[in-house]
Each structure stands twice: as structure tokens, then as C-alpha cells.
Ligand binder design. Structure first.
Ligand SMILES: [Mg+2]
Length: 205
């Protein structure tokens, strides 16, 4: 049995709002802590412990909106597979390509941890092969269907919170992992403060 982490883009990686001008969709609002949480997940859960197979992002967006999401995903510097599925296609795609494919069978299905906030995601209520996690700004019907609801919103720490909680669920001590990282960073830290000095306002170089 394999385990997959699958993440919905709009509303989870973002605050769920699209900013438009008269030419169409122009901006999305992403969260600040999510890339670090996903980097940790990739390093600890996939590379080091092989508890999970991969991280995937599923988005139903097209055109400029999709370009914005892909730009953000590239900036996050985490290895993630990106798939284009409409909202009503996602539940079937998750069953077909993740639970019952890639080594999963009827007798021994794979397990998916899906973080989403779309109305169609309420369908995961009774799927024992999908642990469904959502954020507090999801619609009520979606939150009722979820196994776990973060008290933080998408784009405001909700994704990072849920990713770290999945790691804790698998027995990882998050604070200890942070501590080890701080220890490792000491080797790279310069010995003189001036090596990181950017200047003094109002004339920062
Ligand atoms: Mg969404």
C-alpha cells in the first residue's frame, strides 16, 4: 500500500480569492509558511522515511490563473506533480489514478491524504481510502465531510498546519526536526554579523 499527499490549489494554497481587472484573472494570494511545511514533508516523509510516495497538486484552473499557480509552485522549491482536473473530476481521478492504480488493488488499495476545500470534496465523507482534510474557510458541507478541519484559513497557515499534522500522525516530532535544522544551519552561518548586513535605512544598498 502506498500513501499519497494530494493538495487542491485554489483555497488551500491560496486564500480562495481571484483578483480581476478588466482583462481577467490577475492575482492570487498565497501563504508564507506552506513551502517550508511542504519542504519538510518531502524531506522527512518521502526521501528519509519513505512513508509517502509523492506530493501532487490538483487544480481545475486554466489560462492565466493556472500560470500563476505554476509560478508559485516552482517558487516553492518542492518536488510536486501537478495535474489539471476540474472540481467534479477530482474525486474520480483520486480513486482511479491514486487509490486503485500505481500498485493499489481492490483488496489492498492505496491511501490518499487529500487537502481540499471545494464543494465537490464533500463526497469524501464515506471514503475510507481517503483521509480528507480541509480549512476553516471551506463551505459548511465540506467541513462536515472532513476528517480534520484546520482552524487556519487557506493562504493563512491552513495548509502548513495540516501538513505538519499529517507528519505528527505518523509519529514525527516536529519541534525536534526544527531543532535539528537549526543545528545544521549553524555550520553555514557566517561568523561575522557584517557578512549579512544589507545597510541602514533610508539608504539600504
Ligand atoms: Mg479549492
Amino acid at each position: 500500500m502506498k500513501k499519497f499527499l494530494i493538495i487542491d490549489a485554489d483555497g488551500i494554497l491560496t486564500d480562495g480569492k481571484f483578483l480581476y481587472d478588466t482583462h481577467g484573472k490577475k492575482y492570487k494570494n498565497f501563504g508564507v509558511n506552506d513551502s517550508l511545511a511542504l519542504q519538510l514533508f518531502h524531506e522527512e516523509m518521502i526521501v528519509k522515511r519513505q512513508l509517502f510516495d509523492s506530493i501532487s497538486v490538483m487544480t481545475g484552473d486554466r489560462g492565466t490563473g493556472l500560470d500563476i499557480t505554476v509560478t508559485r509552485l516552482n517558487n516553492m522549491r518542492v518536488e510536486m506533480n501537478v495535474y489539471n482536473f476540474f472540481n467534479d473530476e477530482k474525486p474520480t481521478a483520486i480513486d482511479r489514478f491514486f487509490v486503485y492504480d500505481q500498485g493499489g488493488t481492490e483488496e489492498n488499495p492505496n491511501m490518499v491524504y487529500f487537502i481540499g476545500d471545494d464543494i465537490f470534496d464533500a463526497i469524501y465523507q464515506d471514503n475510507e481510502n481517503v483521509m480528507f482534510l480541509t480549512t476553516v474557510n471551506a463551505p459548511a458541507i465540506v467541513k462536515e465531510a472532513a476528517d480534520i478541519v484546520s482552524k487556519y484559513e487557506g493562504g493563512s497557515g491552513g495548509l502548513a498546519d495540516l501538513v505538519l499534522r499529517i507528519m505528527e500522525m505518523h509519529g514525527l516530532d516536529i519541534l525536534r526536526i526544527f531543532n535539528d535544522r537549526v543545528e545544521r544551519s549553524k555550520e553555514k552561518l557566517p561568523t561575522a554579523l557584517n557578512d549579512r548586513f544589507l545597510g541602514t535605512t533610508p539608504h539600504v544598498k
